[in-house]
Design a protein around this ligand. Structure first.
Ligand code: ADP
Ligand code: ASP
Ligand code: MG
Length: 449
């Protein structure tokens, strides 16, 4: 039987320190089919780099770089400071320090360049750790030569054709005799400038690599043993899911389950690549398979929670018996590249939700300028600090008697908006941030058997 091709991705906690990296190395070494290894930055590093980008004072920026330096040099030291590795890591750290020390305007382009150092550092170190552990030929690849994207810095869109071409020219030849270690999260635009795919984007990178090399399996190794019926940090009685469909997994991640970047399943669906989610800490424990068709199709499979939601209510009496209001509203939002998640309308008002995660620069906030434009033809009310709770499963919009028990169990909770019907895979609603965890716990107890 010919070899399978597996792409394995290891997240931030899996790269946390030398012990964690060694655990990941042994997962790779024990399976010759794992040909492409995609890694995240060491845990906390992208957060530090993000902080650096928001910092005005050069002094503080340099102080942040020294924290990053300390962390990575400590791993190298523990690994015995092999000269070539130390040279590479020191050169990267000096480059980062030089950028951080310069007084310059923090553009989105520069921000992506700075964020890229996390993955560039971790992948250099992991590549050496894996070389020693496996004894195999391990090639380090700069992901920016393959993951070609547009120039929407902060949340760049991949160019699938260009990735395919670059993969045939650069990646595939390496795979003939070696395994490849590369970075998640980063890519480059047509001019070769560094881009990033958005926070948590390493899962997506791995899926793009899997698509490009026609992989049989994409493995996401993380700090939980599987995808759970809800975030185990919120509900201790959450259970691991054995098998889930691409569509359900997509909904779950779009609605906040951080375990998977929302776009991860898109390339997997295009090439029908099975995805496995497992724990790099306990690789022996059963994980989750994400597949096209599942044996079981429960109405409610899992519950997710997406924090930091903003509800925008746009009210206009002009809307009564008129047409064109919605078009006008969405034109303004579209012009400002504001992506709207959920929408409900009545005759004279529209309520919509926006993601307001400051860590996600791809999503602009509803700034003064947009607000002024909207206020020219409507009244705008903004409610912040909300969370979106989503029940994810199958045929939710065709199941009778569902909403009664759901909302019946939440009698004390103020529900700001409900979306039901558009998708057969979810039913979701907005609640105050402070109620959200309790709502998830109550619903999990009641509806997840
Ligand atoms: P990595 O660094 O490996 O990419 P992440 O922190 O991005 O890991 O994602 C793993 C985390 O996702 C878990 O620690 C868990 O708290 C969170 N999570 C949220 N929802 C779920 C869920 N339904 N199942 C499992 N984990 C979840
Ligand atoms: N390092 C990046 C982040 O923390 C990408 C990733 O880990 O998936 O967002
Ligand atoms: Mg992640």
């Amino acid at each position: 039987m010919p070899d399978l091709i597996k792409v394995a991705k290891f997240g931030g906690t899996s790269m946390a320190d030398l012990t964690a990296m060694k655990r990941c190395a042994s997962i790779v070494s024990s399976d010759p089919d794992k040909k492409v290894i995609v890694v995240s930055a060491t845990s906390g590093t992208t957060n530090l780099l993000t902080e650096l980008c928001t910092e005005e004072s050069v002094e503080t920026r340099v102080e942040i770089v020294s924290q990053i330096k300390e962390k990575h040099l400590a791993i190298c030291k523990q690994f015995g400071n092999p000269k070539t590795l130390l040279d590479e890591v020191t050169a990267l750290l000096s480059e980062l320090e030089a950028i951080a020390s310069r007084k310059q305007i923090m553009t989105k382009m520069l921000r992506d360049e700075i964020l890229s150092f996390g993955e560039r550092l971790s992948s250099r170190i992991f590549s050496e750790v894996l070389k020693v552990d496996s004894g195999d030929d391990i090639q380090w690849l700069d992901a920016r030569t393959v993951i070609k994207t547009d120039n929407h810095y902060g949340s760049a869109e991949p160019d699938i054709d260009e990735i395919g071409k670059a993969s045939s020219e650069i990646l595939q030849p390496l795979l003939k005799d070696a395994r490849v270690v590369t970075q998640g999260f980063i890519g480059s635009d047509s001019k070769g400038t560094t881009t990033t795919l958005g926070r948590g984007g390493s899962d997506y990178s791995a899926a793009l690599f899997a698509e490009a090399v026609d992989a049989d399996v994409l493995e996401i190794w993380t700090d939980v043993t599987a995808i759970y019926t809800t975030d185990p940090r919120i509900a201790p009685d959450a259970r691991p899911i054995t098998e889930i469909s691409f569509d359900e997994a997509a909904e779950l991640s779009v609605f906040g389950a951080k375990v998977l970047h929302p776009a991860t399943v898109v390339p997997a669906i295009r090439k029908n690549i099975r995805v496995y989610v497992g724990s790099s800490i306990h690789p022996e424990k059963p994980g989750t398979w994400i597949v096209r068709d599942t044996k079981e199709k429960p109405v409610i499979r899992a519950i997710s929670l997406r924090r930091r939601q903003t509800l925008v209510k746009v009210h206009s009496l002009d809307m009564l018996h008129r047409y064109g209001f919605l078009a006008k509203l969405f034109q303004v939002l579209g012009d400002h590249k504001i992506s709207v998640d959920l929408v409900t309308t009545s005759e004279v008002s529209v309520a919509l939700t926006l993601d307001s995660d400051i860590n996600n620069p791809g999503q602009p906030m509803l700034g003064e300028e947009v607000l002024e434009e909207l206020q020219k033809f409507s009244e705008v009310e903004i409610i912040k600090d909300l969370s979106l709770v989503a029940l994810v499963g199958n045929n939710l919009n065709q199941t009778a008697g569902l909403s009664g028990p759901i909302f019946g169990s939440l009698l004390d909770v103020n529900i700001h908006l409900i979306c039901h019907g558009a998708s057969s895979y979810n039913l979701c609603f907005l609640v105050a941030e402070e109620d959200a965890e309790n709502v998830v716990q109550v619903l999990h107890k009641q509806f997840i058997k």
